[in-house]
Design a protein around this ligand. Sequence first.
Ligand SMILES: *Cc1c(COP(=O)(O)O)cnc(C)c1O
Length: 428
Amino acid sequence: MSKSDRFFDQEHIWHPYASMTNPIPCYTVISAKGVYLKLKNGKNIIDGMSSWWSVIHGYNHPLLNKALKKQIKKMSHVMFGGITHPAAIALCRKLISLTPKKLDCVFLSDSGSVAIEIALKMSIQYWQSLGQKRKLFLTIRNGYHGDTFAAMSISDPKNSFHKIYHNLLPKNLFADAPVSSFHDHWNNSDIISFQKIIEKNSHKIAGVILEPIVQGVGGMNFYHPTYLKKIQNLCQYYSIPLIFDEIATGFGRTGKMFAFEYANVIPDILCLGKSITGGTITLAATLTSRKIADIISECETKCFMHGPTYMGNPLACAVANANIKILNTNQWKIQVSNIEKQLLKTLSPLINHPYVINVRILGAIGVIECSRLINMFLIQKFFVNNGVWIRPFKKLIYILPPYIISMNELNKLTNVILKAFDHNSLFL
Ligand SMILES: *Cc1c(COP(=O)(O)O)cnc(C)c1O
């Protein structure tokens, strides 16, 4: 990077969760292909993050590029109010056939946080149509649902991302997160906190929302499927809509197409995003049942009150179609299962390291929970110098590689992680 570009970036451009006065310097990526990011200095590094869960089939995928080019020749965008188009219709058909039969109506939007806002608004409007002013949501601790206001209000209240806004946010209800982990035995005391809250407040709760099985950046925990089953039973008993946030976990990441399949549970509202376009353009979707959609449409406005400018963007829909077409060849199952086996073999021994509290593997997700905070600046440099891109936070080093990663490349990725634990200076 020329001196002036680097300087301009640091001086003028905000990056995620970053300081404007004292930013950690960014690496310039000039292109990417497969699992490799090409840096300005010519070095290729292996991406262990799939650009935050999104790039499942690798960068610069010929079929995804082809879909974009084909669509761009027809139109890049057209408004969705009063107009529809073949790419959106094809995508919604695919989303409906990919998800449980009950989920029948699709609302397209531009990002995961917005898909969450929409799900919450749908629940509120649903109760309004039924003549009730419900506005409380019940969720569990350690969750993460995005950075917009309503999304923050259901994310973990102690989460360092959102703590400073706490007094401004709508007050929602938080049950203790389940302790029984995915691979452990189910402990029935896990449901007590949730059960008490729902019993006491059931007449005020507009919806229950949570990330099924895998809690993402709120702690990278994998919890027991029985927890979801119990939650579904309680929601059904009290007739409260159950909303699943599969924005991170959807489209195969956990080893199932959707993480809720592990529990054999079906939500009333489902939010999708991140990997829906294979990591090419932003797009999200909120699916709901016909019953809820019909009730929402009976409210005093007779319609659902939301409509983003770029709703159903044709380019995003076209590339999402191509992305799902690749998934439908079913390669992902064997890819994710191979990654899981390899991660188990290579990362599990780290449990013996004095700085490691826990090693968790599920599908194509590997998490190392450390006993110490990680020096972000130094470890980022260490990883890049060793040819990999991994972005830890707090006490967590985690990887979510693209499904197409070869076993050699995955070995390289995990070897560098093992090597990092030989350097005390990378930990605080
Ligand atoms: C990333 C994420 C979101 C927010 O999606 P954006 O596209 O970043 O707005 C919501 N929920 C979960 C579980 C996520 O991982």
